[in-house]
Design a protein around this ligand. Structure first.
Ligand code: GLN
Length: 229
């Protein structure tokens, strides 16, 4: 890893949970792809280090950072006060938020309040899962990935999914997820950060690279590629 003294072209081990298109997913060739993957590669180029991605379950990422089996994580991870107790975050790199998804013919679930006493599918360990646990009388079903939670909704085994809006919307807009709509009003405003262990010496390097690509247009180019085509 990059702990200790920095050397140009040192390898940073970066965890990701690649079932979250368009941010991080496995392309048809099996290679990691997505906004976050391109972003992390650009950060590394800008700050002169190398990245080696490691796929992990989402709820395994923070433990891996703490155990230092990885040096960083880019996985659409929302910066929260709770997570900030155990890991450190880069400056925010993306603004997102949670949305409720329901089947297109659903007329009763129209906002957060109307989720009461319904079955809600979520991805384990996420901010969406936390939010679902605050709904009175709800039965919360946890899945290893957002696509699995959305599939449960599509199958009629859940009434709603609480997930990051850009991911659910991307699935709908690409035609990968049919018969599902998103409730207009977002539940939260959340910011993604790249996570490291506390006091990591990699973090200043990541922030430096991130600032460089925000200033030189590279961030915008990657954003256009994934969100404006
Ligand atoms: N942004 C959400 C969170 O941090 C979901 C992340 C994810 O599923 N990859 O919990």
């Amino acid at each position: 890893g990059c702990s200790g003294n920095y050397h140009r072209n040192q390898i940073m081990r970066v965890a990701t949970e690649p079932t979250f298109p368009p941010f991080e997913f496995q392309g048809k060739d099996g290679e990691l792809a997505g906004f976050s993957i391109d972003l992390m590669k650009a950060i590394a180029t800008a700050a002169h280090f190398q990245v080696e991605f490691q796929s992990l379950p989402f709820d395994g990422i923070i433990p891996a950072l703490q155990a230092k089996t990885v040096d960083g994580a880019i996985s659409s991870m929302t910066i929260t006060p709770e997570r900030s107790k155990t890991v450190a975050f880069s400056r925010p790199y993306f603004k997102a938020g949670l949305a409720i998804a329901v089947r297109r013919d659903n007329q009763n679930i129209t906002n957060f309040q109307s989720l009461q006493n319904h079955k809600i599918a979520v991805q384990i360990g996420t901010t969406g899962a936390k939010k679902a646990e605050t709904v009175r009388g709800a039965e919360v079903r946890s899945f290893d990935s957002a696509p699995l939670a959305l599939q449960e909704l599509q199958n009629g085994n859940a009434d709603a999914v609480i997930n990051d809006a850009p991911v659910t919307l991307y699935a709908i807009n690409t035609g990968n997820l049919q018969g599902i709509k998103v409730i207009q009003q977002l539940l939260t405003e959340e910011f993604y950060g790249i996570a490291t262990a506390k006091n990591s010496l990699d973090l200043p390097l990541i922030n430096q690279g991130l600032s460089t690509i925000l200033e030189n247009g590279k961030y915008q180019q990657i954003y256009q590629k994934w969100f404006k085509s």
